[in-house]
Ligand binder design. Sequence first.
Ligand code: ATP
Length: 577
Amino acid sequence: MEAMAALLPRAKDFGLALPAPPTRPQRPSASTAFRGSFGLRCFALPAVASFLTSLRSQSRRRFSAPRRAVNTDAEYKIDLEGLVSLCKRRGFVFPSGEIYGGYNGFFDYGPLGAELKNNLKRMWWRKMVHCRDDVIGLDSSIVTTPSVHQASGHVDNFSDPMVDCTESKKRFRADQLMWAKVELEDGTSAGYVSMVEDGNVEVALKKAAKKLIKQKKIEGGFKELEIKDMTDATEEEVKLIPSPATGLPGSLTGARAFNLMFETYVGPYSDGASKSYLRPETAQGIFVNFKTVTYVMRQKIPFGIAQIGKAFRNEITPRQFLFRSREFEQMEIEYFIDPEADFKAIQEEWIMEMWNFLKAVGLKESLLDREVHEGEKLAHYARACTDIVFTYPFGTQELLGVAARGEYDLQQHAQASGESLEYQVPGQKRKFVPHVIEPSCGVDRLFLALLCSAYDEDEIDGEKRSLLRFHPCVAPITCAIFPLLKNKPPLVEKAKGLAAMLRSSGFNVLYDEAGTIGKRYRRMDEVGTPFCCTIDFDTLEDDTVTIRRRDDPLKVERKKREDIGAFLMKECQLPEQ
Ligand code: ATP
C-alpha cells in the first residue's frame, strides 16, 4: 500500500499553490464581495499607482483577473487534487522533469493526454479553418526578432504586479494576494490577515480573523471584513500585512512590475544585441504576416488567420494545475474586418462560434458563462471584450476571450516597421488598416475543462468507480477491440484484423485481450473510450461483432465487421449546433 501511495502524485508536484478547498467554494455575499478591489481602484502608493495606470493604458495583458462569483450550482464529484492524481494515474498529464522533482509551471502530456489534446486541436482546426471559407491557417515561429515584441508593447508593458516576501524569498502576484484589516466593533484594529487568492477567500480570511482575535485574547466580534488585494495597500498597510509564507507582518514589499516574457539569446553571443523572447502569445505572428498572407492567398476582407501554437509566460505564481502554467498552447484567430463594419455583430458571431465549439467537444453548458469587460477592465485599444468563463472545481475562470481589438496591432507594426499594412479594397480607391476580432483560447485550459466535464462516478455491483465521458470526437481511444478469449487463435486473428482495418482508416484503437470482458470494459470506461467491439464465436459464423457503448452499456448491438469503420466515422463527427 505504501508503495502505491508513493506512486501517487502529490499536489505540489503539479505546482498547486494551495490544496483545493474541501467544500465547494462559497459565493461571496454582495456586501463583502471584495469591496474596493474591482473596477476603479484607489491607489495609495504613488509608484504602484503610476505603474498600474501605465499597465492599464498600454499593456496588451489585462491588469487583473476579475474576481468572479463562484457558480455554486456546479456539483463536482472531484476536486482539483483528485483531478491531478487521476491525470497521472491514467496517463494524461505528468509533472515536467518528474524524476528530478518536477518543475513549477511546466507539464508533460502522457500518452492519453497527448491524444486528447491533439484531438481537441484537430477539431478546432477543422471547425475554424477547414469548415469555413473565410479563415486560413498559419504556423509562425516561437522566437522572432525582438522588434515584434517591442512594437506590440510586450517588452515595455507585458507585466504583472509582484510582491516579494523578503523573509521566505517567495513571490506573489500582488493582485492575487488578498488581505483585510480586522477592525473591532469599537473601531480599533486587531491586526491584519492575508492569503493567496483561492475560491474561498472570504471564508478563509474570516477564519483567519477569528483566529487572530482568539490569539490576542480579545472578547467580542469584529466588523465585516473589507477584502482588498496588495495593489490596494498603502505604504503603512504593507508593513502591517502578514506574509502568507511566514504568517508575520513586516516582510512584504510593495507591488512592482514584473515582465512575464521569457528571455533567450540567439546566436553565439549572450549580450544585449542577441536578446530575444519566447512569444507570450501566438497573435503577433499573425499580425506581422498579415500583408504577405493577404497577398499570396488573395484574401478579401473580411477574413481570418488562425494559428495553434505554444506560448510562454513567466507567471509569478503558476497554479491551479494546467490552468495557469508557464508553457501553454493557444488557438487564436485574428479576423480582419472593415473599420466601418458592425464590429459588435461580428464579435457576437465569434462568441457564438466559440460557445458552440466548446459545447460540441463536450463541455457542459451549465458550467459555461459569459463575462463582458467594461470600463477599467477593458484595455485602451480594445473596443469590446467578452470572456467565456468555465466553472472549474476551484472557481469560475476565463477559458477564452473574444476581443474586438480595433486596428491597434497592425498600426503598431506598420509604424515600427515602416511597412504599410493597409488593405486596398478591390476595384476601389479606398484603403484602410483593418480592425480585428480576436477569439483566443488556451488549449490547456480547455483540456482541463474537458476533464472536469467528462468526469463521472457510478456503482457496479456495489463497487464505486470513476469514468470519463468524453465525446467520441475527442476521446483519446475511439474504440477498443477484444477477442472474447485470448487462447482461441481464430478469434484473436479476427480481432487483430479489425484493429488493423480501423487503424488504416485513421482511428486510434486499442487491442486488448487481458482479463475478463467486464474488466476490459471497465478499463476502457476509466480512460473515456466510447466504444468497445468484441469478437466472439458468432463472428466466425456471420462476421458480425458486438458493439458496446460506454454511456449505454446495457444496449449491446451487433454489426457487420466491415461496417464498424463507417459507424465510428459517423459517431466521431463534431456535432452540428
Ligand atoms: P488571465 O487573465 O487568466 O491571465 P489573460 O487574459 O492574460 O488570462 P490572454 O492574454 O487573453 O489571457 O490569453 C488568451 C488565452 O490564453 C486565455 O483565455 C487562456 O485560455 C490562455 N492562457 C493565458 N495565460 C495562460 C496560462 N498562464 N496558462 C494557461 N493558459 C493561459
